[in-house]
Design a protein around this ligand. Sequence first.
Ligand SMILES: Cc1cc2nc3c(=O)[nH]c(=O)nc-3n(C[C@H](O)[C@H](O)[C@H](O)COP(=O)(O)O)c2cc1C
Length: 300
Amino acid sequence: MDHPGETIQRCVLPTNAGEYSLELFREDLSAIYPGMVRFTLRVLGEDHVIAVFRTNTYEYSPTDPLDAEGAARRRMDEWMQRITADPARFAAEEGVSDWSGTKRMADVVILQGSPRADGNCAILAGWSADAVRRTGGTARVYYVQDLEIKACIACYQCYNTGRCIYRDDMGDLIDTISNAEVLIVCSPVYTNTVPAGLKLVMDRFQAHHAARTLGLTGSNPKGILLAVAGRRGADNFRCLTSVVHAFMRNAGIVPSGDILTDGMDEVRDIRAIPGLEGRVHAAILSGLLPQATTDRAPGI
Ligand SMILES: Cc1cc2nc3c(=O)[nH]c(=O)nc-3n(C[C@H](O)[C@H](O)[C@H](O)COP(=O)(O)O)c2cc1C
């Protein structure tokens, strides 16, 4: 059985259900974040893991009276008492569940980030899905506005397990994106950056960063950005491209091309831009653009 770090405490409890051993490990995760330490408490039966508790130093804010090691030792004392009192009940209440999520669910995932269900980003998402399906591939389109996604609260508990504490639509989204070949982000510029719903998704990808850096998952999909702005000028995309590329890199997604279309306040309907649908198709089909391009509205 693997040892998640250095053993700092161990004890064996004889019970009427056989021997239970409790082990507390200390693991240096400073390769992920400066000074990060994770403590793992493990309860073993005769030949299998019964329960696991993990906590890390980043979970505890400066005003918190508890620290990670104190919390882990306290949990160990509490579990010893509960195991001694009723081992079967303890096992039923604390049964382990572990990270899994390796099945490919779609070749290409399309994140439609505009709250407008029938706007220009929705058209871009539709063109992208068509392009994928023409090749015989599978595309899954998510309308971010329709998803139930809570904001990240910076609890850092994802660095214990690779999973977020919340059970909402993010779990499925992360699994699908991390098992895809390509992620396409369709986004309007809102106040120089992405709309709030898309930012929620990007922040919640911290759990995926945790899973990657803990070595629980390791895929590297390609990322394509299709963005639109109301105003004219490449400047309007500067912040948005920086945010989207940072998100991609953090998630192990390789930024592989941008198509940026400005001047939408005047054009209104992206279908009026000659040749754009073809360029989007070409970008999706190759799965890779050599460099960022900016599409200007006709006559501007
Ligand atoms: C709240 C809000 C903020 C916006 N902020 C900007 C902006 O900072 N710069 C810009 O060029 N356009 C801005 N726009 C215009 C949108 O980018 C533009 O209308 C885009 O086509 C909307 O995409 P959609 O049709 O997919 O909804 C903003 C629009 C809204 C509703």
